[in-house]
Design a binder for this molecule. Sequence first.
Ligand SMILES: [Zn+2]
Ligand SMILES: [Zn+2]
Length: 227
Amino acid sequence: MIKKFGDVVMIQLSDIDSNIYVIGDTVIDAGTGFNFTRLKDFLKTMKKKLEDFNEVINTHAHFDHVGGNGFFFDAKISIHEDDSGVLESGDEEISLAAFFDGKLKPRQVNRKLRDGDKVKAGSMELEVLHCPGHTPGSICLYDKKSKTLFSGDTVFSDGIGRTDTPGGDHAAMNETLSKLAGLDVDRIFPGHGSPVLTNGKKVIADLAKMGAQPTDDDDESLIGRPV
Ligand SMILES: [Zn+2]
Ligand SMILES: [Zn+2]
């Protein structure tokens, strides 16, 4: 499905793909790459082609967000420096590609992002916020002017990202949540599920209060939760 929220277009290809956001000629997260035809069809309805994009920003190096990077063949790839090695080496364990039965080819990273960097996306100027917890190099992208947060798998409308996969760290996640709780946020566009369109600040504050807990490998409540 494809939905427009002002200048942000959200594309959802399947239950396992990350949300894909299109803002101008920038893409935030690329999905698994398994649903290429559907992606092309959705872009066609926006009168866009795969070669029209300049930059793909990955919120982290999990396969459901980076597997589709190669389809945007003219775009440069940007990801936080602490997750960039996973793409460069094509690590199928840490990226969870093996878990998705996917292949991750080693790929050049054009820009290694750091906390505080600015990236342009359409009319937005997004600030890179380093948000370790879900993965070491997870980021959120924040547009102060429109109080919009692209939250990757750090914060969803109804919960926080998992910290039980390789590189996950619940203590780091709690620090990240406290940091995000200090932001003035209306809209949250997460890596999975529905966006939050008003009062995102309260959603984050409530999630930060609940916090991340250490998780058992065999915790059944994790079954079916996005990675
Ligand atoms: Zn993830
Ligand atoms: Zn994900």
